[in-house]
Design a protein around this ligand. Structure first.
Ligand SMILES: NC(=O)c1ccc[n+]([C@@H]2O[C@H](COP(=O)([O-])OP(=O)(O)OC[C@H]3O[C@@H](n4cnc5c(N)ncnc54)[C@H](OP(=O)(O)O)[C@@H]3O)[C@@H](O)[C@H]2O)c1
Length: 218
């Protein structure tokens, strides 16, 4: 399987690239900073420089030629303002989904966030509200497309080691945290189970082994 990962130098992306490489799959990380190429190679993936805030859908579609799946794992990240929540968390996801349609790559896993799909709570800061609005709009964009999409909404991300145990279900799932390593393993399992298409799933730490949890919702 050839998997193109948007935001290929992100923390989840690097963990996913390593998992896919260990399984003998081909991962391709799209990055915007050429200084990140070595890290992506070290994770066992190909690196392609593509700034998702500057590329066109035609440009991105060329990069998807021959791919079996797209994972959108990019994000403007902490420290960014409302404008980049829109240009990355919403617009770059829509760009990749547009590119996937153009390239005929049907499988698309989007990393969204718990909190998406609802109005931000009263008193929420401007940047958080913009983040939730961007994730909500990116989800809506993807659902409207003729793709085999899965929207994955993790809870608060941690850098703790993988536990292999999760709670994964359609919303609403009570808030919680989840290690990025487990998120990466869930994405790999979603790619293995195309029956998880057309589902929006929330993810926190839990008691269910990842493979069983993913198979149960396939
Ligand atoms: N933090 C949380 O608790 C939480 C909870 C739920 C969901 N999420 C979501 O989970 C996703 C992944 O999380 P993570 O921790 O792995 O994120 P991360 O480490 O911040 O990685 C995001 C990646 O996106 C890349 N990116 C940003 N703008 C780009 C552009 N224009 N072109 C190409 N790449 C670009 C960044 O590259 P640069 O290094 O060049 O900036 C970075 O490598 C994000 O969408 C995040 O919103 C986060």
């Amino acid at each position: 399987m050839r998997v193109v990962i948007a935001g290929g130098h992100g923390k989840i992306a690097l963990l996913l690239e390593r998992l896919l490489a260990e399984r003998g799959e081909q991962a391709v990380g799209l990055i915007r900073n050429p200084a990140h190429v070595a890290d992506v190679h070290q994770a066992g993936a190909e690196a392609v420089v593509c700034d998702l805030e500057a590329a066109s859908a035609e440009d991105a579609a060329v990069l998807l030629s021959g791919a079996d799946a797209v994972v959108f794992a990019a994000g403007a990240g902490p420290g960014s303002g409302a404008a980049r929540k829109d240009s990355v968390d919403r617009a770059a996801s829509a760009l990749m989904a547009d590119a996937a349609e153009r390239a005929g790559v049907r499988r698309f896993v989007q990393v969204s966030s718990m909190g998406a799909g609802q109005p931000p709570r009263p008193g929420t800061g401007e940047v958080w509200a913009a983040y939730i609005a961007a994730k909500t709009a990116a989800e809506a964009d993807l659902r409207a497309r003729d793709l085999d999409w899965t929207i994955l909404r993790p809870g608060g991300l941690t850098d703790a080691p993988a536990t292999g145990k999760i709670r994964l279900a359609a919303p609403p799932v009570p808030r919680g945290t989840v290690p990025r390593a487990d998120v990466a393993a869930v994405i790999a399992a979603l790619l293995d189970n195309p029956g998880t298409g057309h589902q929006t799933l929330e993810l926190v730490g839990g008691d269910s082994p990842i493979a069983a949890a993913v198979q149960s919702i396939s």
